[in-house]
Design a protein around this ligand. Structure first.
Ligand code: B3K
Ligand code: ZN
Length: 869
């Protein structure tokens, strides 16, 4: 390892010595030599400071002026420009030259498909100019963009357009002004030639906002759903959160080369085209829902992120946890609340719990960071949103909204902390959240152990609740948390027993605050069935000794859809775990008929929403199952999950066939009802594929499909069941779509998760496919990412071939795009959960990475933490 990167600690936060109130930027765009002129109005905040330290990376410094005169008292150090002996207030002009064309890291200013675009969060602005690149420096930006008019007719930046003009040699310019002071990470610039979808939105107070979506030429037909989603989001934020948009224009640009989903730059969102483009031929229902969620998410950031931003990057969850909560509520209000909840909980229990048990474990407000890009995690986002959701549960919608109002009253236009948010919630509601704040500082997944005793003589039920959080890689000591525990009691006839104590009603959300606590309920007239952790009221692992008959009862009778699904999951978990043990002891797999019958009951249930039936019938992923074990036996898990699929298919074949036929759809419609029905039908197909006539079912669906959802469901089924038609259908699809990378991503994923013996050879071969490129993050994630993170049996091949393959890819991406590399490496971090032989192979490739002399900080942080374990 060449040089040790330095870590930053939350406790070391210091207010800046200087601030910048106004920034005038000028970009003279050239692919290899863009000239950036940045004129800042600088003000000293700390009287003792004589030198100003600016951040900058990969920049060629052209000149520095202070108040119009050349300034020579400066030095350039790695990542810094230190200007000495500066006055208390001054105009600072810095000119730098950058090379967007060779910027393969996709951070700062780069070129995607012939258009210039930017990505500045978290610390990309320093690749554009030397600046105080930290979120607590808020300036008003004016940006002038100059470029060749024929190639780049659209020149965009944040705020409102204030001027434009023509220059000699075919160049033109446009100037933008953003009246809202913002940190540099929210800056954006786009220059290119696009098709534009235009619309408008009239806000509640009657202001008209122009809406513009910029897409690659020819893609206009795929932008409608994004526009509808945007208008829905604007309306929803007014209705539910009382928040209105604040500029005259809102622009979204879709680009093909993008490291993540999208970016909330003020007034000019830049999106991965995956989250903009959709029509029936090219996008699945999941894509449609993903677009709605991400368009909503970025729009909601305008208040939670942009109007109130983060004081420092340790506070990232202030904007991300809150905004994820808001986008989840948006999707739930527009679609099915229970299905949304189920999907979010799957992410928590699968990959988030795994992250919290890995060497990268961190609280939702991290304490120590080497590479900030490594902390855009499921913990900060999804667990962060669960923490907001718990406050919502504790305060109720009304109390929560009062808290949000107070938060904006206090902090609009400033950079705030997570604690500021909790304080507003506390002050608005009068509820003491002192202990609750530990959710911000404590990492790891708490375990909630519940047992119950029922006294038939006194008609009392006692719930004994114990909580503990196992030590994590980053933190040994854990304290009891404030855990809202949502419960319900049922009689054998399915009716609900009201909770009461000493004749008074008791709220169904219990406040668990101690390491051990007992809750007693009176007048419980019979031994009840207890529904626990309803709605996943806290991000914890629940332990309760459920009998099969309690779970089948809840699966059938619980009044709450989420609780029904959850009972089905617990029933599966019990029998999956037992069978993994059987396989390991060379015993036969046993799935009792009563378990299959319980699921058959749901499949045939007439008063259950089809979307919910589909969710109930989906088996947990092999990754989620892996998370239940201290030592993961990928092969045993795979065999058990295959056996469940096969037995469910064999024993329910008639019912699956009936339901599959029942939901045949004549035309394609994007409504939540139609999406749910398709999901059920395609879930049936995923089982039917494993039955005698599987090949016919799947092939017929593929041939008859009039939309991408049904096409992909057929391909998925053919791939998963390794049907004879797989080969020809895959070829047909690739011939049809090889010109379209976004569509081909779906096909690359199937190659990645191919269960066939030769999966790795297939993946390697597909890297030569004309539609594949390691330079494109979407392609890389689809093929390589799917293989490494969603094909456990082959990635974890005993001979270490999967690990060595990933290492080779990481060595390449380490130089070209370390952010993408750092996402791909995650499966290797879970090394401690595998057998000695696999651990040795994993350790070896990690060591080889550690020994590289140019390892990027992104990978360094993860490799080092894992090897240190
Ligand atoms: N705020 C951006 C994520 C930036 C990631 C930087 N590596 C998108 C979002 O969360 O909305
Ligand atoms: Zn976000």
């Amino acid at each position: 390892m060449s040089q040790q990167p330095t870590a930053k600690y939350r406790k070391d936060y210091r207010a800046p010595d200087f601030t910048i109130t106004d920034l005038n930027l000028e970009f003279d765009l050239e692919p290899n030599a863009t000239l950036v002129t940045a004129v800042s109005q600088v003000k000293r905040l700390n009287d003792n400071a004589t030198d100003i330290e600016l951040d900058g990376e990969n920049l060629k410094l052209v000149r520095i002026d202070i108040n119009g005169d050349a300034w020579t008292a400066y030095s350039e150090e790695s990542g810094k420009l230190i200007i000495r002996d500066v006055p208390a207030a001054f105009t600072l002009t810095i000119q730098t030259e950058i090379d967007p064309e060779n910027n393969s890291a996709l951070e700062g200013l780069y070129i995607s498909g012939g258009a210039y675009c930017t990505q500045c969060e978290a610390e990309g602005f320093r690749r554009i100019t030397y600046y105080l690149d930290r979120p607590d420096v808020l300036a008003r930006f004016t940006t002038k963009v100059i470029a060749d008019k024929a190639s780049y007719p659209y020149l965009l930046s944040n705020g409102n357009k204030i001027a434009s003009g023509e220059l000699d040699n075919g160049r033109h310019w446009v100037e933008w002004h953003d009246p809202y002071a913002k940190p540099s990470y929210l800056f954006a610039l786009v220059a290119g030639d696009f098709d534009v979808l235009r619309d408008s939105f009239v806000t509640r107070s009657g202001r008209e906002v122009a809406l513009e979506i910029f897409v690659d030429k020819g893609n206009l037909v795929r932008a409608d759903h994004a526009m509808v989603s945007l208008k829905n989001a604007m309306k929803w934020d007014e209705t539910r959160f009382d928040l209105e948009y604040d500029l005259d224009i809102y622009m979204i640009v879709a680009v093909d080369f993008f490291n993540m989903g999208a970016m909330e730059n003020k007034g000019l969102n830049i999106f991965n085209s995956k989250y903009v483009l959709a029509n029936a031929e090219t996008a699945t229902d999941a894509d449609y829902l993903g677009i709605e969620a991400v368009i909503g998410h970025e729009y909601f950031h305008n208040w939670t992120g942009n109007r109130v931003t983060c004081r420092d990057w340790f506070q990232l969850s202030l904007k991300e946890g809150l905004t994820v909560f808001r986008d989840q509520e948006f999707s739930s209000d527009l679609g099915s609340r229970s299905v949304n909840r189920i999907e979010n909980v799957r992410v928590m229990r699968g990959p988030q719990f795994a992250e919290d048990a890995s060497p990268m474990s961190h609280p939702i407000r991290p304490e120590k960071v080497i590479e900030m890009n490594n902390f855009y995690t499921l913990t900060v986002y999804e667990k962060g949103s669960e923490v907001i959701r718990m406050m919502h549960t504790i305060l109720g919608e009304e109390g929560f909204q009062k808290g949000v109002k107070l938060y904006f009253e206090r902090h609009d236009g400033t950079a705030a902390t997570c604690d500021d948010f909790v304080q507003a919630m506390e002050d608005a509601s009068g509820i003491d959240l002192t202990q609750f704040r530990r959710w911000y500082s404590q990492s790891g997944t708490p375990v909630l152990n519940v047992s119950s005793t029922y006294d038939d003589a006194t008609k009392q039920l006692a719930l004994h609740v114990k909580q503990h959080t196992p030590a994590t890689a980053d933190q040994a000591e854990k304290l009891p948390l404030y855990i809202p525990l949502d419960i319900e009691l049922y009689r054998a006839d399915g009716s609900v027993i009201e909770l009461q104590r000493h004749g008074e009603p008791v709220h169904h959300i219990l406040a668990v605050t101690e390491a051990e606590q007992t809750f007693i309920f009176d007048a419980v007239d019979e031994q009840p069935v207890i529904s626990l952790l309803r709605e996943f009221s806290a991000p914890v692992k629940l332990e309760y000794d459920y009998q099969d008959q309690d779970l089948t009862f809840l699966l059938q009778y619980a009044r709450n859809d989420f609780a029904r699904w959850d009972a089905g999951q617990s029933l599966l978990a019990k029998h999956i775990k037992a069978n993994v043990a059987r396989v390991q002891n060379d015993e036969k797999i046993v799935i009792p008929a009563s378990v299959v019958d319980a699921f058959r009951g749901v499949l045939l249930s007439e008063n259950t929403e089809p979307a919910l039936i589909a969710e109930v019938l989906k088996l947990p992923s092999e990754n989620e199952v892996a998370g239940w074990f201290d030592v993961v036996d990928v092969d045993a898990i795979h065999r058990v999950m295959a056996a469940f699929k096969q037995q469910f298919a064999d024993e329910m074949v008639d019912e699956l066939e009936t339901v599959y036929r029942q939901y045949t759809q004549a035309s394609y419609e994007i409504s939540h009802k139609a999406i749910g029905e398709r999901d059920l039908r395609n879930t049936c197909l995923s089982y039917l594929a494993h039955t005698e006539n599987g090949n016919d079912w799947v092939e017929a669906q593929y041939r008859n499909a009039n939309n991408m959802t049904d096409t992909m469901a057929a391909l998925h089924a053919a791939n998963a069941a390794q049907l004879p038609c797989r080969e020809s259908l895959m070829k047909h699809f690739s011939d049809q779509w090889q010109h379209d990378g976004l569509v081909m991503d779906k096909w690359f994923v199937l190659q990645g998760i191919n269960p066939a013996e030769h999966a790795l050879e297939g993946v390697k071969a597909q890297m030569a496919h004309p539609a594949f490129s390691l330079k494109n993050p979407n392609r890389t994630r689809s093929l390589i990412g799917a293989f490494c993170s969603r094909n456990p049996v082959h990635f974890h091949a005993k001979d270490g071939s999967g690990y060595r393959f990933l290492k080779e890819i990481l060595v390449t991406l380490n130089e070209s795009n370390p952010q993408v590399a750092s996402r791909l490496i995650d499966p290797l971090l879970k090394l401690a959960y595998y057998d000695t032989e696999r651990q040795q192979h994993m350790r070896q490739v990690l060591q080889e990475l550690a020994d590289m002399d140019n390892l990027a900080n992104d990978l360094y942080e993860k490799v080092q933490k894992t090897l240190e374990q």
